[in-house]
Design a binder for this molecule. Structure first.
Ligand SMILES: [Zn+2]
Ligand SMILES: [Zn+2]
Length: 320
């Protein structure tokens, strides 16, 4: 062996060693960044605990990775390993994200409890996924994989709503899937016909955005983007509900009452067809979608149809 190739081999071995060291230690550094941790001054004990959490995480990955499935027969051991990581380092993000999700089908109640604890962790207070996962687990019926008759947890829509709301409150720009999960679980918690419940949820959310700030408990409030566009679709769905086979059925009297209130209060200036809730255009006498008569708007007193946003009539020059 030539001398320079020998040195090259030594350098490679050193580089490999450094890389594997980094691989082990990168995870907690990332979790610090994601959690937007501000004080990076580490007490020696915290450093040791982080190291122990790393080691425990590697052991968890090794053990869980070797299992074909995590079910009620092995979940106690897996969750014990996870709890050890979290007890060393409560900010260890990976242990909540892939870790807790991996046990959610086998011990959903424990998974939610651990996530709920993490929700009140100051260092993870900007994390959106932790409350989302808790809501996601709570909104499903989970049965024992080995015994489908054994229900491990029934859906808890009110609980799920609380977590989804927290996820929205933590987002600067909430993801559409979080918003739809929030609306759906809040509607499910109300029960009854789903399209009616969804509209009633959106109506309440809309009223909250219009309400005076002091009237709403801050915990109850979360900003839903495009709420009026969502309400237009929800009103249409509530007016033309379908059964489980997709066949149109008649809306309930309560649904019709709600639709009337929404049309009057929310859609007063939206120029929607009162029958099918679709957009009408300046000068329309009838709805282009359903053929029903619609209130005419956007017409000058001279009879000319005004162009969208026009300040003056292009037929007679009158200021609008
Ligand atoms: Zn129409
Ligand atoms: Zn005119």
């Amino acid at each position: 062996m030539k001398k320079d190739s020998f040195f090259r081999l030594i350098i490679m071995i050193v580089a490999l060693g450094a890389a594997s060291y980094l691989a082990v230690h990168l995870t907690p550094m990332q979790s610090e960044i994601t959690a937007e941790r501000k004080d990076l001054t580490k007490a020696p004990v915290a450093g040791l605990h982080k190291f122990l959490a790393d080691v425990a995480w590697m052991r968890f990955v090794n053990y869980a990775g070797g299992l074909s499935t995590i079910d009620t027969t092995n979940v106690d051991k897996v969750s014990e390993m996870l709890r050890k990581i979290i007890s060393y380092d409560p900010n260890f993000l990976e242990s909540y994200q892939s870790g807790i999700l991996s046990i959610s089908n086998a011990d959903p109640k424990l998974a939610v409890r651990i996530l709920e604890n993490a929700c009140s962790n100051e260092y993870l207070k900007n994390n959106v996924q932790i409350p989302f996962y808790a809501g996601f687990i709570l909104s499903r019926k989970i049965v024992d994989q080995n015994n489908p008759d054994k229900v491990l947890s029934e859906p808890d829509y009110a609980g799920a709503t609380r977590f989804f709301r927290m996820a929205i409150q933590r987002s600067t720009n909430p993801e559409p899937y979080i918003i739809s999960n929030y609306i759906r679980s809040k509607a499910k918690a109300r029960g009854g016909d789903e399209s009616h419940a969804i509209l009633s949820v959106l109506y309440d959310e809309w009223k909250m955005t219009k309400g005076k700030k002091g009237e709403i408990a801050e915990m109850e409030f979360c900003q839903i983007p495009d709420i009026e566009a969502r309400m237009i679709k929800a009103t249409r769905d509530a007016k033309y509900p379908t059964d489980e086979n997709g066949k149109l059925v008649a809306p309930s009297a309560n649904a019709l009452k709600l639709i009337t209130a929404v049309q009057k209060e929310v859609f007063a200036d939206n120029h929607l067809c009162p029958n099918c809730i679709s957009q009408t255009h300046p000068g329309d006498k009838f709805c282009a979608r359903c053929g029903g008569g619609v209130p005419v708007w956007g017409v000058c007193s001279c009879g000319a149809v005004l162009k969208d946003g026009a300040t003056f009539c292009s037929g007679c020059g009158k200021k609008q």
